[in-house]
Design a protein around this ligand. Structure first.
Ligand SMILES: Cc1cc2nc3c(=O)[nH]c(=O)nc-3n(C[C@H](O)[C@H](O)[C@H](O)COP(=O)(O)OP(=O)(O)OC[C@H]3O[C@@H](n4cnc5c(N)ncnc54)[C@H](O)[C@@H]3O)c2cc1C
Ligand SMILES: NC(=O)C1=CN([C@@H]2O[C@H](COP(=O)(O)OP(=O)(O)OC[C@H]3O[C@@H](n4cnc5c(N)ncnc54)[C@H](O)[C@@H]3O)[C@@H](O)[C@H]2O)C=CC1
Ligand SMILES: [Co+2]
Ligand SMILES: [K+]
Ligand SMILES: [Mg+2]
Length: 525
C-alpha cells in the first residue's frame, strides 16, 4: 500500500502536516489514502547495515525481531532498509530516516573492524565528527588493555560528538550492561550480532514503548483462491480503510487455507466490525477455523478433547491412544523411548499425540523427544523437508540411520544403548500387522525392542479426521494425491483420487478425500 501519512518531525516530536511523504508497506490496497491511525502514533524505520546480508551470506533476522517487538510496543515500523558498509550510503539513509520516522534503529557496523562504519556514517548524516567518548575509552581500556586511540581496538569508542549512552539493566540480575547503546537524536545504533542486539533491545525497550496504543490484530483464514475473494476484500477496505488496516496474504503451500486476511487497528471495536462485515460477505463455508500454532497448543487441545464428555468417534480414539502413550511414559523413562518417524501420516498423527503427552507429563523437561528416522531407498525430497519441519515444530532429537529397517535396529542398539522402546504409527491394516498388540516386543531374529502401537485400531479415515481437525502440519505429498508413502521408486499418487478436466489435464485430490480407506496402498508397487 502506498500510504500517505504525515511526516513526523521526529526531533521535536511534532507533526508537520504540510509535508507528506510516501513509504512502502506490505498491503494490497491499490489506492493512496490518508491513514488516520498514523497521525498520532509513533513510527520507526530500521536500517540493516552489512555487506554480508546483501550478498546473501547471512540471513537478516534482526529486522524481524525488531519489527515484532516494536509492533508489540505500539510502534509501527514503516520501512526497513538493507544497505552496505559504505560511509556515504549510511549517512544518506540515516539522514532520510531520521527526518521521516519517530525512531530510527540501525543494526550492525559498530564493531572494531575496517568495515564497521556506522558511528562515522551516522555522525556524517548530522554533520558531526566522531570523537573519543571518555566513558567508552575507559570501557575499551578495561576490555582490551589499551588506551591508544590509534589502535583499532579503540574504534568502538569513537562515536558522534553529541551522542548519548544508554546503559541497560538486566531485569532479573539487576546488573547494569557492560556496553551501552549509542544514540544521537532519534537514531539508536545496535550491534548486528543478533544475540547482542536482542539482549540490548530487551533491556532498553522502554525508550521506544508507546503507552497509548495497543494494536489489535485479528486473522481470518479463507479456503478460496485470492482472486475469487478480491472484490470482497476491496469492499471491506473501502468501508474500513480509515479505521482498519486490512492485509491479504496468499499461501500456496498451506494444507488448511489459501489466504490469510489480517485486520488491524488500535481500536478493538473497529476490528470487530470489520471482521463481522468480512464474515457476512465472504462465500458461505469459506472461512476456516485454523489454529496457527497447532504444535504449541498440542497438549491443551488433545487433553481438551479427552476431558470433555465428548463421545464422538474422534474423542474416543484420542482418549484411547493417549492412554496407551501415557502407559508408555509410565513404563519407560524419556531417554528409553523414541517415536518411529518416517514422515508418513500415521506417525505424524502419533507424533502430535506423543508430544502432547510428553509435554504434559514433563512440562519442565529440556530433553528433546527422540525420533528414529530410518532412511531407506530414495526418499522423496518432500519427506525430507517435512522431517525437518516436524523436527522444529516438535523440538525433536532426530536419530537418522541409513539402512534397511531390520539392520538399522541392530545399529541403533550400539549407537543408542539406552533406548528400549519405539512408539509406532502402525495400524492393523498394515501388512503383517493384523496380530500385533499395543505393546508387542519385536519378533525373534529382530533387535530387541518393545513396539508400542497406540493407533493400532485407527482406520485411514480416523487418521485424517484427527490430523485435519487439529490442523496438524503434514507432508505436502498427501495434498497431491499420495495416500501411502514408500520411496520414490515405488510410490505414485492414488488412482482413486485422479481427476481429469475437460481439457484432459490430470490432477489429484488430496489424500484426506479418499473415500475408501481400503485402497490406501493403491499407489504403491
Ligand atoms: C521400530 C521397528 C520395529 C519393527 N519390528 C518388526 C518386527 O519385529 N517384525 C517385523 O516383521 N517387522 C518389524 N518392523 C517392520 C514393520 O513391521 C513394517 O514392515 C515397516 O514399518 C514398514 O511398514 P509400512 O510399509 O506399513 O509403513 P508405515 O505404515 O509407514 O509404518 C508403520 C510405522 O512404523 C514406523 N516406521 C516405518 N518406517 C519407518 C522408518 N523408515 N523409520 C522410522 N520409523 C518407521 C512408523 O512409526 C510408522 O508409522 C519394525 C519396524 C520398526 C520401525
Ligand atoms: N558486548 C556488546 O554489547 C557489544 C559488543 N560489540 C562488539 O562489536 C563487534 C560486533 O559488532 P557488530 O555491529 O555486530 O558487527 P557486524 O556488523 O560486523 O556484525 C557481526 C555479525 O552479526 C551478524 N549479523 C549482522 N547483521 C545481522 C542481521 N541483520 N541479522 C542477522 N545477523 C546479523 C553477521 O553474522 C555478522 O557477521 C563484536 O566484536 C562485539 O564484541 C559491539 C557492540 C556491543
Ligand atoms: Co489501504
Ligand atoms: K565487521
Ligand atoms: Mg557488519
Amino acid at each position: 500500500m502506498n500510504v500517505l501519512f504525515r511526516k513526523t518531525n521526529a526531533i521535536s516530536g511534532k507533526l508537520s502536516a504540510a509535508s507528506r511523504i510516501s513509504v512502502l508497506n506490505n498491503h494490497f490496497c491499490p489506492r493512496n489514502h490518508l491513514f488516520n491511525m498514523a497521525d498520532n502514533n509513533p513510527t520507526a524505520g530500521i536500517i540493516i547495515i552489512g555487506d554480508e546480508i546483501l550478498k546473501g551470506h547471512v540471513m537478516d533476522t534482526n529486522s524481524r525481531f525488531l519489527s515484532r517487538r516494536l509492533f508489540a510496543l505500539g510502534v509501527k515500523v514503516k520501512k526497513i532498509s538493507v544497505i552496505s558498509d559504505d560511509l556515504d550510503v549510511i549517512a544518506k539513509e540515516v539522514a532520510e530516516f531520521s527526518q521521516s520516522f519517530t525512531h530510527v534503529i540501525t543494526s550492525g557496523g559498530v564493531g572494531p573492524t575496517h568495515d564497521d562504519l556506522t558511528f562515522e556514517g551516522v555522525a556524517k548524516a548530522f554533520g558531526e565528527e566522531v570523537v573519543a567518548h571518555p566513558e567508552l575509552v575507559d570501557l575499551c581500556k578495561e576490555f582490551f588493555g589499551t588506551d591508544d586511540l590509534k589502535s583499532p581496538k579503540l574504534k568502538m569508542a569513537l562515536i558522534p560528538k553529541s551522542a548519548k549512552l544508554h546503559f541497560g539493566m538486566n531485569k532479573q540480575t539487576k546488573q547494569i550492561a557492560k556496553y551501552p547503546l549509542v544514540n544521537i537524536r532519534n537514531v539508536y545504533m545496535f550491534p548486528g550480532v543478533p544475540q547482542l542486539l536482542e539482549k540490548s533491545f530487551d533491556m532498553l525497550q522502554s525508550i521506544f514503548a508507546n503507552p497509548h496504543t495497543i494494536f489489535h490484530v485479528r486473522e481470518v483464514y479463507v479456503d478460496r483462491d485470492e482472486v475469487l475473494i478480491t472484490p470482497i476484500i476491496n469492499d471491506t477496505d473501502a468501508r474500513f480503510h480509515d479505521r482498519v488496516v486490512l492485509g491479504s496474504y496468499p499461501d500456496f503451500y498451506n494444507s488448511y487455507y489459501k489466504v490469510k486476511l489480517t485486520l488491524e487497528s488500535d481500536n478493538q471495536q473497529n476490528v470487530d466490525e470489520a471482521q463481522k462485515f468480512l464474515m457476512e460477505n465472504l462465500p458461505h463455508g469459506s472461512v476456516v477455523n485454523y489454529e496457527k500454532d497447532p504444535c504449541g497448543t498440542a497438549s491443551e487441545h488433545v487433553y481438551g478433547i479427552i476431558k470433555t464428555e465428548d463421545s464422538s468417534h474422534l474423542a474416543v480414539n484420542v482418549r484411547h491412544a493417549t492412554r496407551v502413550i501415557e502407559q508408555a511414559f509410565e513404563k519407560y523413562k524419556p531417554e528409553e523411548l523414541c517415536i518411529g518417524f518416517n514422515g508418513g501420516k500415521d506417525c505424524t498423527a502419533l507424533l502430535h499425540l506423543t508430544y502432547a503427552v510428553y509435554r504434559t507429563k514433563y512440562p519442565d523437561e529440556t530433553r528433546r523427544l527422540q525420533a528414529l528416522y530410518i532412511r531407506r531407498g530414495q526418499p522423496f525430497p518432500e519427506i525430507e523437508l517435512f522431517t525437518k519441519i516436524a523436527k522444529d515444530n516438535y523440538h525433536l532429537e532426530i536419530i537418522t540411520i541409513h539402512d534397511k529397517i531390520k539392520e538399522a535396529l541392530f545399529e541403533l542398539k550400539s549407537t543408542h544403548p539406552t533406548l528400549k522402546a519405539v512408539i509406532m504409527g502402525t495400524r492393523r491394516s498394515d501388512p503383517y500387522c493384523e496380530n500385533l498388540e499395543e505393546f508387542s516386543p519385536t519378533d525373534p531374529g529382530w533387535a530387541e525392542y518393545m513396539r508400542i502401537n497406540p493407533i493400532l485400531d485407527w482406520s485411514y479415515k480416523d487418521v485424517w479426521t484427527f490430523i485435519r481437525t487439529f490442523n496438524i502440519p503434514y507432508c505436502s505429498l498427501y495434498d497431491r494425491g499420495y495416500t501411502s508413502l514408500g520411496s520414490m521408486e515405488n510410490t505414485h499418487p492414488n488412482p482413486g483420487l485422479q481427476v481429469v478436466d475437460s481439457k484432459g489435464i490430470i490432477s489429484y485430490k488430496p489424500a484426506y478425500m479418499l473415500a475408501n480407506g481400503d485402497s490406501e496402498r493403491a499407489g504403491r508397487n
